[in-house]
Design a protein around this ligand. Structure first.
Ligand code: XMP
Length: 525
């Protein structure tokens, strides 16, 4: 069966380098339709792979009137498929179909940036069940250039003060263009406009599900792997776990998982991973207890980068040795996600396509001469969680906060010892238990305790104490790239502080970290 049939139809998103192209994909998938993003320079290949039912042209930092600015491949217009152009996408479509686009300063009106209001002037399929003629609606604009003359066959269906061509439509061809960005949350009805395009205009049913995705991936994994052997490193995190369970469903015991326990895990984490994989799924699992090796190598190491480098290298050494013991493997499985593989295009449209590549176990595939199996490459983080649930992973596991590869080592500034890891594990467990009890766990992107290399004086039961300081961190975030401090009630923090000081020997003071990212990072090292 064709990929498009298997997935219930697809949409191709052509990327011209906008900062928010990924949000278009989010909105299309929220409408229950599978889509992929391709840089404009690779749109033809993606078209052949996806056999899409419709095309969306993204925004861009480039300017259509500027020489050398990117264009959509002509074959997209020749395909006869519906097209939605967003911002630059609207302008480039207009230009390529015979209309005119001019820089804002030439029109004497300047651009429009931020919140704007448009007025609906005519009915249009994009507005079905949503917007009526004469209504005003909030949208989000971000453009300098503007369409000054539309292409033959188009008409204006909505206008704003700064953009007389706020929405244009050629219903016969099923071409639509919005000057605003429907994909961002500041266009409150944007998701529904995009849903109208993919469902009403492109005729897709919107019933793409994780079950369909899982089945398509299982077939793809079987095809790729054949009767080869696959090895998968488990980190204790959600991504590698979901990848492993999916691959196991596809190829059974051709998969072996290796869990390198570096002794820098949180309380009970290692036991949970082992019982989930061996007990619940019956997946062949090599559990390597390498605590001694990691902790002895970390003796006297205080520099954050030196810690990270040592842990990364030792992880690869241990993993490689275990792989050799089980007779090697042809494939290495990784839980790489979509945001890590989307290719971002340069806005000049030149050949310098930057490809972000992300290897969870960097350097290993080349060193061991293995091919990669990455069944989550098309998914966003929350979709991985949905897939995990689809595969029967327990909710508590699927909803876990991210945890860094180097583990507690980068939450213990200064020297890492077993004693300090144990102290931190206890404090961290109390903090997370209180967060769960308060029903706050899912509202927080990541929360953890940090053990500082600072001792302060305290008094407990008439005795003087001289113990370590524990820092608490909790942030909200969408992707970990930027983060805000989670605003706990002070009574909550006081309670956590009291419990930690009373129950964890070695800590006599607790502080809360009020630093956002930037300027801070989420982890302390
Ligand atoms: P920072 O500290 O850079 O962290 O603001 C952003 C997100 O990435 C996680 N993180 C890591 N994850 N290996 C990982 O797998 C690492 O070396 C690593 N360092 C940071 C961090 O926990 C946060 O979610």
């Amino acid at each position: 069966m064709e990929l498009a049939d298997e997935l219930g139809g697809t949409i191709l998103i052509v990327d011209f380098g906008s900062q928010v192209t990924q949000l278009i994909a989010r909105r299309v998938r929220e409408a229950g339709v599978y889509c992929e993003i391709a840089p404009f320079s690779m749109a033809e290949e993606a078209f052949a792979k996806l056999s899409p039912s419709g095309i969306i042209l993204s925004g861009s930092p480039a300017s259509v009137p500027a020489e050398g600015s990117p264009r959509a491949p002509q074959m997209l217009f020749d395909s006869g498929l519906p097209i939605l152009g967003i911002c630059y996408g609207q302008q480039v479509m207009t230009k390529q179909l015979g209309g005119e686009v001019r820089p804002g300063h030439e029109t004497g009106e300047g651009g429009e940036f931020g919140r704007a209001f448009l007025t609906v002037t005519e009915d249009c399929a994009l507005f079905d069940g949503l917007w009526k003629v004469g209504e005003r609606h909030q949208v989000w604009m971000s453009h300098g250039d503007k369409v000054t003359d539309f292409a033959p066959g188009f008409r204006i269906v909505a206008k704003s003060d700064g953009a007389p061509f706020a929405v244009i439509a050629n219903e016969e061809k099923k071409y639509y263009g919005t000057q605003f960005h429907p994909e961002v949350v500041h266009t409150p009805d944007g998701g529904r406009l995009i849903a109208n395009f993919v469902r009403h205009v492109c005729g897709l049913s919107g019933d793409w599900t994780m079950a369909a995705y899982r089945d398509a991936q299982i077939r793809a994994i079987r095809e790729q792997v054949g009767d080869g052997k696959v090895i998968c490193g488990l980190s204790g995190g959600v991504d590698s776990a979901v990848a492993a369970v999916l691959i196991h469903e596809a190829i059974g015991d051709q998969l072996t998982c290796v869990f390198v326990d570096h002794g820098l895990m949180r309380a009970n984490e290692a036991a949970e991973v082992v019982s989930l994989f061996r007990g619940h799924y019956n997946i062949p699992l090599v559990h390597v207890d390498a605590e001694e090796m990691f902790l002895s190598g970390l003796e006297g190491v205080t520099d954050p980068e030196a810690k990270r480098k040592f842990i990364g290298k030792t992880f690869i050494d241990v993993f490689e040795a275990e792989a050799a013991k089980i007779g090697g493997a042809d494939f290495l499985a990784q839980g790489t996600l979509y945001p890590d593989v989307i290719e971002s295009v340069s806005f000049t449209g030149g050949p310098s396509v930057t490809i972000k590549s992300h290897h969870n176990v960097g350097g290993l595939p080349e060193r061991m001469n293995m091919q990669l199996v990455e069944p989550l490459r098309e998914l966003f983080k929350d979709e991985v969680r949905d897939l995990g649930r689809e595969l029967g992973l327990p909710d508590a596991f699927v909803q876990r906060h991210p945890f860094p590869g180097p583990g507690l080592a980068i939450r213990i500034p200064g020297e890492v010892t077993k004693e300090r890891c144990d102290i931190l594990r206890k404090a961290d467990a109390i903090y997370l238990e209180e967060i769960r009890n308060a029903g706050l766990y899912d509202a927080i992107w990541q929360a953890f305790a940090v053990l500082l290399p600072v001792r302060t004086v305290g008094v407990m039961g008439d005795a003087r104490t001289y113990d370590s300081v524990c820092g608490l961190r909790a942030v909200t975030s969408v992707d970990g790239m930027t983060a805000d401090v989670y605003p706990f009630e002070s009574a909550f923090l006081q309670n956590v502080a009291t419990r930690i000081i009373n129950e964890v020997q070695g800590i006599n003071r607790v502080v809360y970290d009020y630093t956002s990212k930037p300027p801070g990072t989420i982890e302390w090292e």
